[in-house]
Design a protein around this ligand. Structure first.
Ligand SMILES: CSC[C@@H](O)[C@@H](O)C(=O)COP(=O)(O)O
Length: 330
């Protein structure tokens, strides 16, 4: 197996007690770091999408709460501020709750944050090792959004499956949806795959159906921001359209996600779909592309029902999106 290159998008500096993040807003043109010296810096980094992607914001928030402990800040205030940065990805709440529990039990938040970080790396590695068996030599795989690019380590979620297939010698090609409006597919997925030499091409989001119709897509793999106990998946806006298209064309549609992305307590009515500033849609490179006075929708995520999903790849195995299978993971 060839060796993976590790970009290390999230680094904890134990000497300076700072969190160092690759500034994902600047990619693919500049590889710059954003230094978080306190929890407010981390909250800003999550809200402004310096760091993004479900597991990565969970790990960053955990270090954010550790910074609050280190700097002597009010832990509950920091917890609430970090928790309210983004509403949809459940990993954020999961990681913060784990850290708060550690704090309440008299354990170190920093140790818990480091543990969450290390676990995430191992988890994503397992997702890749397990999921790569679904990929055949010669497959062309469509992804949406960052799919785990710029994750906590070299692995990621959906990208871990792709990486392991590639590093195990399967000749694969990746098609990355550009993912309007923030362009995570074009800027992050394509950047990371290209960095590693994995063949990738970017398409506009509205090209995906045409490629499926032409028979050019063998499999689709996406990540997830939250998975409910019945297998409903919340992921980047556009995921649902892809899943419908995949069903119509008989293309397997896989979701790769760690157990920290499952939310067994909530039902659909509890999930808040983030709506972001409409200027993200209305402007491209600072130029308004929509007539003045016309508004836009800017939902960041959508909901894909379980009947459109072929399987979910987790660190504990590949399961059907069904309550019985999901509960067996715990
Ligand atoms: C880590 S892959 C799963 C998801 O987190 C990803 O697909 C996604 O929707 C990210 O959204 P983002 O708004 O960029 O944080």
């Amino acid at each position: 197996m060839k060796k993976m290159k590790d970009l290390r998008p999230i680094i904890w500096d134990d000497d300076k007690k700072e969190l160092i993040l690759i500034d994902q807003r600047k990619l693919p043109n500049e590889l710059e770091y954003f230094i978080c010296k306190n929890y407010k810096d981390v909250a800003y980094a999550i809200k402004d999408m310096v760091v993004r992607g479900a597991p990565a914001i969970g790990v960053s928030a955990a270090y954010g709460l550790a910074l609050a402990e280190i700097r002597g800040d009010d832990i509950y205030k920091a917890y609430n501020i970090l928790k309210n940065t983004r509403p949809t990805a459940v990993n954020l709440f999961w990681a913060l709750d784990r850290c708060l529990k550690a704090y309440n039990e008299g354990r170190s938040i920093l140790d818990e944050a480091k543990k969450i970080h290390e676990e995430d790396i191992e988890t994503c590695k397992k997702i890749g090792m397990i999921g790569e068996k679904l990929i055949e030599d010669g497959d062309t795989i469509l992804t949406h959004c960052n799919a785990g690019a710029l994750a906590t380590s070299a692995y990621g979620t959906a990208l871990s499956v792709i990486r392991f297939a590639y590093y195990n010698g399967k000749k694969i090609k990746v098609i990355a949806d550009e993912t309007r409006p923030r362009l995570q597919g074009a800027k992050l997925t394509a950047f990371e795959l290209n960095y590693e030499g994995i063949p990738v091409k970017v398409i506009t989001d509205n090209t995906a159906g045409f490629l499926m119709q032409k028979g050019e897509i063998d499999k689709i793999i996406v990540g997830a921001d939250r998975i409910l106990v019945d297998g409903t998946v919340y992921n980047k806006i556009g995921t649902y359209s892809l899943a419908v298209l995949a069903k119509y064309h008989g293309i397997p549609f896989y979701v790769a996600a760690p157990l920290s992305t499952f939310d067994l307590k909530s039902s659909e009515k509890d999930v808040i779909i983030e709506e972001r500033d409409e200027r993200e849609v209305a402007y491209i490179d600072g130029v308004r592309i929509i007539p003045e006075g016309v508004g836009c929708y800017n939902y960041a995520f959508d909901k894909t029902p379980p009947d459109l999903i072929t399987a979910i790849i987790t660190e504990k195995g590949i399961i059907k999106p069904k309550k019985e299978d999901i509960l067996k993971l715990y």
